[in-house]
Design a protein around this ligand. Structure first.
Ligand SMILES: C[S@@+](CC[C@H](N)C(=O)[O-])C[C@H]1O[C@@H](n2cnc3c(N)ncnc32)[C@H](O)[C@@H]1O
Length: 311
């Protein structure tokens, strides 16, 4: 259940669900600036600094990790884990797109693209079209900020400003999307902001719009029990107070922690796709990025990276 959401809520980059795009971009910026980065997103810092959330810029402050380690070592480990997770997630889905492009797919749809800069930073083959769907003000903020810094997309980039709870397939087609062409889809950092039924509907629509040979990838969310959510909330409030930073937006109250949410891999396998899921915990370990954290013993709490091909 989410208690900060309504069925037709909207936001810009600095508020509600929009600001979560800044949070994950801040993690990418931190990773990019680190000594041995797994991914490089040269646009993330610019996008975070201009967003004006007043909270996530804190993650960019180099002294923050030390102050946090002194204030609450366990919270510092959770923070480091989150940044590693974002790096591993970005790395995984970058590879998904590289593989799709190598297989000849030239139509890309990034659902809830937020501050994702893949259209600007990946090496797309000529003739690739990247469609980005998100709320109008989020898309506007990203393209205006990057243009002001002289950045140019490396593919034909199409903004599709529409809410994913509305008739987004119509909007996508109006902007040039061709359902007869194979597509590579990504739902990263999205499903937790949709109720379980809206997730099913999203994948039904993706399936309808996918020509044979299309691929889909998704970050399938874990499920957190209420007790654990409450513990995490209290811990984050405590360290925000200790560090004297403005309280982080309460992400948990923006998400739908629906216990009956479909397993994405199973759903896709039952609806005309050949899907497999890689537990994010395994991927973090494989890349040497696993950090022990309090909820580390609960496999249900962690996301799975799903990839599928239409058969
Ligand atoms: C955590 S951010 C992830 C952004 C991006 N995928 C990434 O990983 O950097 C969540 C994004 O989902 C978008 N979003 C959530 N619900 C949405 C909806 N119903 N319609 C359109 N965009 C949505 C938000 O605007 C925000 O940009």
């Amino acid at each position: 259940m989410s208690n900060l959401r309504t069925d037709d809520d909207t936001w810009d980059i600095a508020t509600s669900v929009g600001s979560t795009a800044v949070m994950v971009a801040a993690a990418r910026a931190g990773e990019t600036d680190s000594a041995d980065p797994l991914i490089r997103d040269p646009y993330a810092r610019i996008l975070v600094e201009g967003a004006g959330t007043g909270v996530w810029e804190t993650i960019l402050d180099d002294s923050m990790a030390d102050r946090l380690a002194n204030a609450d070592p366990e919270a510092a480990a959770v923070f480091a884990h989150m940044r590693n997770y974002q790096a591993v997630r970005t790395h995984f889905f970058d590879a998904f797109f590289t593989d799709a492009a190598a297989a000849g797919i030239r139509q890309i749809v990034i659902l809830a693209s937020g501050l994702d800069s893949r259209a600007y930073r990946l090496d797309w083959p000529a003739g690739t079209h990247v469609y980005e769907i998100d709320q109008p003000k989020v898309l506007e903020y990203k393209s205006a900020t990057l243009a002001a810094h002289g950045a140019h997309p490396r593919a034909e980039r199409h903004e599709v400003p529409v809410d994913l709870r509305q008739d987004w397939p119509a909007a996508l087609k109006e902007h040039g999307f061709d359902p007869a062409q194979p597509t590579a889809w990504l739902a990263e950092g999205l499903l937790m902001y949709l109720p379980a039924e809206a997730q099913d509907r999203l994948f039904e629509l993706i399936t309808d719009l996918s020509a044979p040979g299309s691929r889909v990838s998704a970050e399938a969310v874990g499920h957190h029990n209420e007790e654990r959510r409450e513990q995490m909330r209290e811990r984050f409030e405590k360290f925000a107070d200790q560090l004297g930073i403005e309280r982080a937006i309460d992400i948990q109250n923006l998400t739908y922690n629906d216990a009956h949410r479909a397993d994405v891999t199973d759903w896709l396998n039952a609806h005309g796709w050949r899907a497999s899921g890689q537990p994010s915990t395994d991927e973090m370990r494989r890349l040497g990025r696993w950090i022990e954290v309090p909820m580390g013993d609960d496999p249900d709490a962690f996301a799975t990276f799903v990839v599928a091909e239409k058969v």
